[in-house]
Design a protein around this ligand. Structure first.
Ligand SMILES: [Zn+2]
Ligand SMILES: [Zn+2]
Length: 101
């Protein structure tokens, strides 16, 4: 059941991304927000509910997290592990974190 749902969302994301790709430049953002983003969020929520790791380095990422972010603090997918980590950035701009080792 869960696998079916995950497969369904993944399919929706794939189709949505194709629609974004084919959309006129001025509509790409709107199309993404409507056709891709909601399914990514649903997929992430579903994975979390299943106790599976989601990529926290990028809030719009639907890849399974199998490694850590560059700082080694958050779950990340292979792609985003090497780049900037959104979770790290939001921690830095959020309340001060203890720097004690
Ligand atoms: Zn990712
Ligand atoms: Zn991080």
């Amino acid at each position: 059941m869960i696998d079916l749902l995950i497969g369904y969302y993944e399919q929706k994301i794939k189709i949505g991304r194709e629609e974004v790709r084919d959309a006129p430049e001025s509509l790409k953002n709107a199309t993404y927000r409507k056709k891709v983003s909601p399914y990514i969020q649903a997929l992430r929520t579903l994975r979390v509910q299943q106790g599976l790791a989601v990529c926290r380095a990028n809030a719009e990422c639907d890849e399974p997290a199998i490694v850590s972010c560059a700082a080694g603090k958050h779950e990340a997918c292979k792609t985003h592990a090497k780049g900037d980590c959104a979770a790290c950035e939001s921690e830095q701009s959020g309340p001060p974190v203890s720097t004690a080792p």
